[in-house]
Design a protein around this ligand. Structure first.
Ligand SMILES: Nc1ncnc2c1ncn2[C@@H]1O[C@H](COP(=O)(O)OP(=O)(O)O)[C@@H](O)[C@H]1O
Ligand SMILES: N[C@@H](CC(=O)OP(=O)(O)O)C(=O)O
Length: 433
């Protein structure tokens, strides 16, 4: 059996849905179908999931929320009409509206895009609709509960017909609807693939695989033909958003390959994600990045006598809702990269750290972007990283710090914020040489 997951980009309009359905019907093995909510039809458009989140936000803030809900209603009514399916979508939408008015949870509201889209498309396909609430379980902190694999295996492992499971949500420990983090339909696809022990997990999107870099920043980036689970994890955690970083674990353990494919160009091979690959021909697979980060410098005389100190500071930052990406240790000082995508009062944070930990001094330095160069051959091929760094040097891009991390698969660079895009372009040009 093959599991196929279609993302919101592939299901944004009736025309896109028809393309997805054609792909599903072209192969009888494409039996398990996992679907996202309709995404953006063009750059000006809003994803259904974002409209649902806004509706809930407006309702909670005591603002007018029905006009936003009407936009959602209009899109689903139009979809069901254009696809000519016999689903009482108006009644489904009325129930959701009543629940929103009664003050239901954000998780319930934001999950309804996947639910409604799957109801409509299952009908269009003539497939069974399987509510994710019955087969997908999440832990209290929104992660995969392995019980899901058994539920899916029991209920769907021997299915003979085609079935559709909405992505992104399941049931939490309290029996209520709970969602994964954004982009979480990739995780549902992986759980279903693991549960039915799929031959392959096909993940259909709007690009022909994982590219060497984000194509919105580096239009020249090419598709990566083969990549390992570990390399995808590294690329995703450094910022590549094409495949959710938590969607690897369920399939990796069962060694199920993932094929990232393009709904708009189905004949392209896309990217095959698998347990191993030969790194000789392509030592580095790609680059990805995140921004902005502030460098937090902390000092402690004889730091090696206080091994618990970096952990204590990370804990203090977490208490203040700040995420730490990575750290670098010196002899009497160390630095942490702190996510600064939302504003914070740096003096108050430093004061808090000085109170809660034993550091001698603490201050915030410059704002940087982090760029990961990822590949299994990065460290084994002599001179490779040196050539990439020297290309950056020639482009007058200064490197603020560099670290290999623990995995040996990634070199993580901190660079000036304004050099971010150029850095990705220069590195991809090097990969293509
Ligand atoms: N390294 C990368 N390779 C491919 N796509 C990437 C990469 N980094 C970012 N992207 C972006 O990810 C988008 C696909 O992800 P997403 O919008 O979540 O798709 P879907 O709705 O199909 O799940 C692409 O259109 C592309 O702009
Ligand atoms: N619709 C949800 C879940 C998801 O996975 O969507 P997509 O497959 O379009 O990234 C979101 O927008 O986060």
């Amino acid at each position: 059996m093959k599991v196929v997951k279609f993302g919101g980009t592939s299901l944004a309009s009736a025309a896109q849905i028809k393309k997805a359905v054609e792909i599903i019907q072209a192969d009888d093995q494409r039996q398990a179908v996992v679907l996202s909510a309709p995404g953006k039809r063009d750059n000006q458009d809003t994803k259904i999931t974002d409209l649902l989140i806004n509706t809930h936000k407006q309702k909670t803030a005591g603002e007018e929320y029905l006009p936003t809900f009407e936009k959602i209603r209009a899109r689903f009514v139009e979809l069901s009409e254009l696809l000519e399916v016999d689903v009482n979508i108006a009644a489904e939408l009325d129930v959701i509206e009543q629940k929103i008015t009664a003050g239901t949870t954000l998780d319930f509201v934001e999950s309804r895009g996947e639910y409604l889209n799957s109801l409509i498309i299952a009908k269009y396909l003539g497939a069974e609709f399987v509510d994710a609430a019955n087969v997908v379980r999440l832990t209290i902190d929104g992660r995969v509960d392995p019980e899901s694999y058994e539920l899916i295996s029991k209920q769907l492992g021997n299915a003979t017909g085609r079935f559709v499971v909405p992505g992104f949500y399941g049931t939490g420990p309290d029996g209520e609807i709970k969602t994964f983090s954004r982009g979480g339909s990739d995780i549902t696809g992986a759980i279903v693939a693991r549960g039915v022990n799929a031959d392959v997990y096909e993940n259909w999107t709007d690009v022909s695989g994982i590219l060497q870099a984000d194509p919105r920043i580096v239009p020249a980036a090419q598709s990566i033909p083969e990549i390992t689970y570990a390399e995808v994890r590294e690329l995703a955690s450094c910022g590549a958003s094409v495949f959710h970083e938590e969607a690897i674990a369920p399939v990796r353990d069962a060694k199920i390959p993932i094929n990232i494919k393009n709904t708009n160009s189905p004949a392209d091979c896309g990217t095959m994600i698998q347990p191993t690959r030969s790194a000789e021909k392509m030592p580095v697979v790609g680059v990805s990045g995140k921004k902005p980060y502030r460098i937090l410098n902390a000092e402690k005389f004889m730091l090696n006598r206080y091994p618990e100190l970096p952990g204590q500071i990370k804990e203090a930052l977490t208490q203040q809702d700040l995420a730490v990406e990575f750290d670098m240790k010196g002899f009497d000082s160390f630095a942490l990269m702190v996510d600064s995508s939302s504003n914070f009062d740096e003096n108050a944070i430093c004061k808090y750290i000085l109170e809660k930990t034993e550091v001698d001094a603490c201050s915030f330095g410059m704002t940087v972007a982090l760029v990961g160069i990822v590949g299994a051959g990065l460290q084994s091929q002599t001179g490779l990283l040196g050539r990439m760094l020297s290309a950056l040097d020639q482009a007058e891009i200064g490197i603020r710090s560099i670290s290999y991390g623990g995995s040996q698969l990634t070199a993580l660079l901190a660079i000036n914020l304004e050099d971010y895009e150029n850095t990705l372009k220069v590195l991809v040009a090097q990969l293509q040489k």
